[in-house]
Design a protein around this ligand. Structure first.
Ligand code: PBG
Length: 332
């Protein structure tokens, strides 16, 4: 980039900040409801809404309530929703068979939402953790998370989601080879228009704690996810993962967590120029919510500031639990 050679007083930055209209004209980044994907939690039952204690304001909803919320989100201009099921304990098993049950909670919710709000983009999560007795994203054998056998299961899970009408498949499992396997299966089974947003650079982060409460996986998890999720110290590896996933057939890529990893978002966008997303995860939401509840930070302003930071770092969109609230704020 070439920098200006003028000097003070011919150069005065404050001229471009003189009024709101000038600032609007000059602003390099814009944010709107079009940039949001809203992650939601689903539970069994009818007319049920349960609070998630570590995520104040976030709820698990039964499908009927979820459909209402999805339709409201759509009316607010939010283009996409991402489904996460809270699976009953009895359906969490070693073989994870509920993951590809055509009538599991996630698949039932996809069908219901696509029926009620057909134009809302529905994204799903591909990983075994909501269905696994031990809380891991892959099968565990002799204390190890096995890769290739897990990928076969993920393919079945992804196909069941495509069959249920999902528009965007979101593999969050971090197994090697899963994007290629899922893309090939989608192609050969008549789902060539189903997109894949790969959780390409998913770090082994402690910011996921509240999410694991929300989906009921925290008690179950034995050990950590460090043999498949990324080392929080790495940056070049994120680029290699993105390159690999793009080659294997990902249409969009994601970086996760969000705010503490904006350096990675910037590098990914600059290196590849592909549709790039970040996930403002549960721990980020919890951290901000705690500060809001204590009135240590100004809720409305901080929500928008954090989301704008993602756009500035190069992201095209953000998965955020604040989506409906932020969409309302942006309409003001
Ligand atoms: C699981 C999954 C996780 C999240 C999305 N998908 C948790 C994990 O990997 O343990 C985290 C989302 C959040 O923290 O908001 N496959």
């Amino acid at each position: 980039m070439k920098f200006i050679e003028q000097e003070f007083p011919s150069l005065r930055f404050r001229r471009n900040r003189k009024s709101e209209k000038i600032r609007n004209l000059i602003s390099e980044t814009n944010i709107s409801a079009n940039d949001f994907i809203w992650p939601v939690f689903i539970c069994e039952g009818n007319n049920v809404e349960q609070n998630v204690p570590s995520m104040p304001g976030v709820k698990r909803r039964s499908i009927d309530r979820l459909v209402e919320a999805a339709s409201e989100a759509f009316d607010l201009g939010i283009p996409a929703i991402c489904l996460f099921p809270y699976t009953e304990q009895s359906l969490r098993t070693e073989d994870c068979a509920e993951a590809w049950n055509p009538d599991n909670l996630s698949n039932k919710a996809s069908r219901a939402i696509k029926k009620a709000v057909p134009d809302l983009v529905v994204m799903s999560d591909v990983a075994l953790d909501p269905y696994n007795i031990n809380g891991h994203d892959g099968f565990v054998e002799n204390g190890k998370i096995v890769n290739d056998k897990t990928v076969e299961a993920l393919v079945k899970q992804a196909l069941s989601q495509a069959e249920a009408g999902v528009d965007v498949i979101g593999p969050s499992d971090m197994m090697d080879g899963r994007i290629l396997a899922i893309r090939s299966a989608l192609e050969t089974n008549g789902y060539s228009d189903v997109a894949i947003m790969s959780y390409s650079a998913k770090y082994s982060s402690s910011f996921y704690g509240p999410f694991r409460d929300a989906v009921g996986a925290s008690g179950a998890l034995t050990g950590d996810k460090k043999t498949y999720q990324m080392d929080i110290a790495n940056s070049n590896e994120a680029l290699r993962l993105v390159a690999r996933d793009l080659k294997e057939g990902a249409d969009m890529v994601m970086i996760k967590p969000g705010m503490p990893y904006l350096d990675i978002c910037r590098r990914v966008k600059e290196t590849f120029g592909v549709p790039t997303f970040a996930y403002q995860v549960s721990g980020e939401y919890a951290m901000l919510s705690a500060a809001f509840e204590n009135e240590w930070l100004e809720r409305n302003k901080i929500i928008i500031e954090t989301l704008l930071a993602f756009k500035r770092s190069g992201c095209d969109g953000i998965l955020t639990y604040f989506a409906p609230e932020a969409a309302k704020l942006l309409k003001l």
